[in-house]
Write a protein that binds this ligand. Structure first.
Ligand code: FE2
Ligand code: FE2
Length: 172
């Protein structure tokens, strides 16, 4: 059984993961419109992953006898100056998510909810990876430079990071 407090903070995290999915969906659309195929594919996939993070939380709350509440989501930023600005925004977003996960873990200690604490370890590791990935993309951008050729190379690098699977809802 989940305490009221844990139920509340997990619901908040469900909302954050849903908003992450929306944020990357908006970024994917921008990249697609600009003709950055690799970046668009990478971001569409990332958006799907965030939805999976949300669903994983929803199933956990339901399994533990909690109550899931689906909230209204805020409109994400859909316009960017360039790829660098987009990936800086992505990193900033992931850092915010990591902080939230850390706070969540702290609440599980307060509430002595070690089952939820254990469950959240997956998210702790995932955040380390996602922050590192965003930083490595920005590092590559700085290294390659933002010339037209540079952007083409970056786009190919991003394509190489994708699974190549068709994002849900997209016909290939
Ligand atoms: Fe996530
Ligand atoms: Fe993420």
């Amino acid at each position: 059984m989940l305490s009221e407090k844990i139920n509340k903070v997990l619901n908040n995290q469900i909302k954050i993961e849903a908003e992450s999915s929306q944020a990357y969906l908006a970024m994917a659309c921008w990249a697609d419109t600009c003709g950055y195929e690799g970046a668009a594919q990478f971001l569409f996939e990332h958006s799907d992953e965030e939805r999976q993070h949300m669903l994983k939380l929803i199933h956990f709350v339901n399994t533990r006898g909690g109550n899931v509440e689906i909230f209204e989501l805020s409109k994400p930023k859909g316009n960017f100056e360039n790829m660098k600005e987009l990936f800086e925004a992505l990193l900033e977003h992931e850092v915010m998510v990591s902080e939230n996960i850390n706070n969540l873990v702290a609440v599980t200690f307060e509430e002595k909810d070690f089952a939820t604490h254990n469950f959240l370890q997956w998210y702790v590791s995932e955040q380390i990876e996602e922050e590192a990935l965003a930083r490595s993309i920005l590092d590559k951008m700085a290294l390659i430079g933002e010339t037209e050729n540079g952007l083409y190379l970056i786009d190919n690098e991003l394509k190489a990071l994708t699974t190549g699977a068709t994002p849900s809802g997209l016909a290939q």
